[in-house]
Ligand binder design. Structure first.
Ligand SMILES: Nc1ncnc2c1ncn2[C@@H]1O[C@H](COP(=O)(O)OP(=O)(O)OP(=O)(O)O)[C@@H](O)[C@H]1O
Ligand SMILES: [Mg+2]
Length: 161
């Protein structure tokens, strides 16, 4: 399954998609989150992390650029790193922080504003694009790698539960 188009009528639907993704992820995946300010990138990530067992807060790592979480993915504890590159000043900032090493077979990396890190970011397995649509959101999920395809094939999402 390469493309999925879904409508998320309200924030609860965003939360269900986050939970679905938590159940479908595997270590080694990189997800790019696209969408305007307020489109729901952090809301989706927050729902995913809570569904994977994180109990504390999830706030956007706007100034630190990256925030790690130890959560349960595919039946084991995995580090999920939430990036928000909106305020990244230069590619060197990303490289000097050692962020590239975070993208490996043992982690899941979720990146808000990947456009700001184009020259230094490893490629994604899945693109997720959120678009404001009236009162809700439209979302497109697109797999770019075999691992990404397998993840979307596992995704369970019931839009109208
Ligand atoms: N399906 C939905 N329908 C309507 N509102 C939603 C939906 N999903 C999330 N929201 C709301 O949209 C807003 C999304 O904010 P969020 O911080 O997640 O955006 P963001 O894409 O991370 O923005 P930024 O680029 O500033 O980081 C929140 O106010 C949330 O309640
Ligand atoms: Mg955000």
């Amino acid at each position: 399954m390469q493309h999925l188009h879904l409508h998320l009528p309200d924030e609860a639907a965003t939360a269900r998609l986050g939970a679905g993704l938590a159940g479908a992820l595997a270590p080694g995946l990189t997800l790019y989150l696209h969408g305007d300010l307020g489109a729901g990138k952090t809301a989706l990530t927050r729902a995913l992390l809570h569904a994977a067992g994180h109990q504390g807060r999830v706030k956007s790592p706007t100034y630190t650029l990256a925030e790690p979480y130890e959560v349960k993915i595919a039946e084991r504890m995995v580090t999920v790193i939430h990036f928000d590159l909106y305020r990244m000043a230069s590619p060197e900032e990303f490289l000097d922080a050692g962020f590239r090493e975070h993208f490996n077979e043992n982690t899941v990396c979720i990146v808000e504003w990947p456009e700001k890190g184009e020259t230094v970011l490893p490629p994604p397995d899945i693109h997720i694009s959120l678009m404001i649509a009236q009162h809700g959101r439209d979302v497109e999920l697109r797999a770019l790698s075999d691992k990404g395809h397998q993840c979307l094939a596992r995704l369970k999402f019931a839009p109208n539960l």
